[in-house]
Design a protein around this ligand. Structure first.
Ligand SMILES: Cc1cc2nc3c(=O)[nH]c(=O)nc-3n(C[C@H](O)[C@H](O)[C@H](O)COP(=O)(O)OP(=O)(O)OC[C@H]3O[C@@H](n4cnc5c(N)ncnc54)[C@H](O)[C@@H]3O)c2cc1C
Length: 512
């Protein structure tokens, strides 16, 4: 056992015992600790990583030149594969871990996945080959002490479990199929140097050597840990977060392989200082007898609550049997985890910084998706067409200034507005009753249940129209007037104004 394992033996005994049985438990423990370092990083003074050209060391030798360099090797693979296959761009992808291997698992509907074949990235049979299982129906349910909770049944939403590594592997093959492209593992982004007509990226390999590469554009896809996003947003890259942990496991006693449990709570929120969490479960059937379970909660980025993935994993293993009962042949195949980012924009349009000269941010580094429903994967699949076509045009026209690049984004006014609703799901032990989130969400489920299927599908697919949201909100206000008080407590004047601005921006945007 390593020092890291030893260090959690007493503090996180359930996590320790579960991870000790995993072949690569230590590797995961390292990655979890790295993600948890996010909170400390935000407390440190800003470390500039976007430097002027004059700071490039005199002895720096450029060892590779590309149209695009992607820092981060997850969602980047999908974008890069299109830039290579459709636009013949020369690309390099590097990651400080192994590119095209993710610590997450994704759910989506087949219809949405078909966007990837419409854009010419994959064939329909490729798409079918990455769907591990499609379940028949799904539901959402929030706990009520009297057992009278409304179970909202939803069809065709998040109903396909995707083989993440296979999907990324197929994209990787496409990137490497064209000569001149490179995918490099175990290289860490250190900083970049902005020149008038290009950018130089400095990375560090495993031996600690500094390597320099040149590109027209640096695409930052380093996820929530992106030092570029932290710098561009003055040390406040996220307003909210959704720490998430789980496993892909087999051997549960009581799972239904035809049904997805999209959101489920099994009790009131945890209360107490530093512990205000309304824990939410998700359960999705996967390949064969495998089943995915997640535990997560929504929170303000600056709340005093413990948001560590280590802490959440301990709770997950301690309480899993209250949600799904592990049987005698229970086996964990893989842990999944991450901090899902969220950003509430205080304006009529996007207010988060997502570009600089010769630099553009995509995926979780850009934090433009809604953690309520689909997160970064769904958002990229929806927006991939224009995120690739527009970037190719910008390169051809040599329009690579911040002003131009920041127009190429996955910002969607409806998603930005809907993300405000997440604030109602952040439990605050100082102001909320333990069942605050459950009670409110039960009312939302009742309202959605009374409306045609389309409303719930649109809400859970990030496709809601402004008039549909108005109908849902009016009905909730009518049924459950307490929501007005909750709006006051959760959003305050500033938050309510921000929500109003987002809605107004949505109302006047061409995509309604
Ligand atoms: C458990 C879980 C389940 C999820 N399920 C869904 C879902 O069903 N649908 C959905 O739409 N979304 C889902 N999400 C969200 C989705 O996984 C993310 O939005 C997506 O992974 C973001 O991809 P990314 O490439 O932007 O960032 P990441 O996946 O975080 O990848 C960033 C990469 O950058 C690398 N990196 C970081 N710093 C450096 C550095 N300094 N130098 C070099 N490399 C670096 C990391 O090693 C990593 O490989 C889920 C998230 C979690 C945690």
């Amino acid at each position: 056992m390593t020092l890291l394992f030893d260090s959690i033996k007493l503090t996180h005994p359930n996590l320790y015992s579960a991870f000790s049985s995993l072949e690569d438990g230590e590797l995961h423990l390292n990655r979890i600790t790295e993600l948890d370092s996010y909170w400390n990083r935000l407390k440190q003074p800003l470390q500039p990583v976007i430097l002027p050209s004059g700071k490039l060391p005199k002895d720096a030798v450029i060892i590779g030149e590309y149209d695009l360099i992607y820092a981060g090797g997850t969602l980047s693979l999908l974008h890069a594969a299109v830039m290579v296959g459709k636009y013949s761009r020369k690309v390099m992808i590097f990651d400080r871990q192994t590119p095209a291997k993710s610590t997450r698992d994704w759910n989506i509907s087949r219809q949405e996945l078909l966007n990837l074949s419409a854009i010419g990235l994959f064939t329909e049979s490729d798409i079918d080959s990455i769907i591990l299982r499609q379940y028949k129906t799904g539901w959402v349910e929030f706990y009520k002490p009297d057992g009278q909770q409304k179970r909202l049944v939803i069809e065709n939403v998040l109903d396909c479990a995707v083989d993440t590594d296979k999907l990324l592997g197929l994209a990787k093959e496409k990137v490497l199929a064209a000569s001149g492209n490179d995918i490099i593992a175990w290289c860490t982004f250190i900083c970049c140097y902005q020149f008038d007509d290009h950018i130089v990226v400095q990375v560090e390999d495993r031996q600690g050597n500094a390597l320099y590469y040149r590109a027209k554009v640096l695409v930052d896809v380093m996820g929530i840990l992106s030092p570029i996003a932290i710098e561009l947003n003055d040390g406040v890259p996220q307003t909210h977060v959704c720490p998430t942990v789980g496993t892909i496991a087999s051997g549960f006693e009581d799972v239904d392989f035809d049904t997805g449990e999209i959101l489920a709570t099994t009790g009131p929120a945890e209360t107490g200082f530093g512990k205000g969490r309304q824990l939410i479960w998700e359960g999705f059937p996967a390949e064969g007898r495998k089943y995915i379970t997640y535990l997560f909660f929504y929170d303000e980025a600056d709340s005093p609550n413990d948001k560590s993935l280590l802490g959440l994993f301990e709770t997950y293993f301690k309480t899993l049997s209250e949600y799904k009962k592990p049987g005698v042949d229970f086996v964990i195949h893989r842990p999944v985890y991450g901090i899902i980012p969220a950003y509430c924009h205080d304006g009529f349009d996007r207010t988060r910084e997502i570009a600089a000269d010769h630099i553009i941010l995509f995926g979780d580094a850009a934090s433009l998706s809604s953690p309520l429903t689909f997160c970064g994967f769904g958002s990229l699949v929806r927006n991939l067409h224009h995120l690739t076509a527009d970037l190719d045009r910008a390169i051809s026209d040599n329009n690579l200034s911040k002003k131009h690049l920041e127009k190429i984004s996955a910002y969607e006014p409806n998603v930005a507005s809907m993300a405000n609703l997440m604030k109602y799901m952040c439990f605050n032990s100082a102001t909320d009753e333990p069942n605050f989130v459950n009670d409110l969400m039960n009312e939302v489920m009742i309202v959605l249940d009374e409306l045609p299927q389309h409303y719930r599908q649109a809400m859970f697919r990030d496709e809601m129209k402004i008039e549909e949201l108005a109908v849902v909100m009016l009905r909730i206000g009518w049924r459950y007037p307490k929501v007005l008080m909750a709006t006051w407590e959760k959003l305050g004047i500033e938050g309510a104004l921000g929500f109003f601005k987002n809605i107004a921006g949505w109302a006047f945007s061409p995509v309604r």
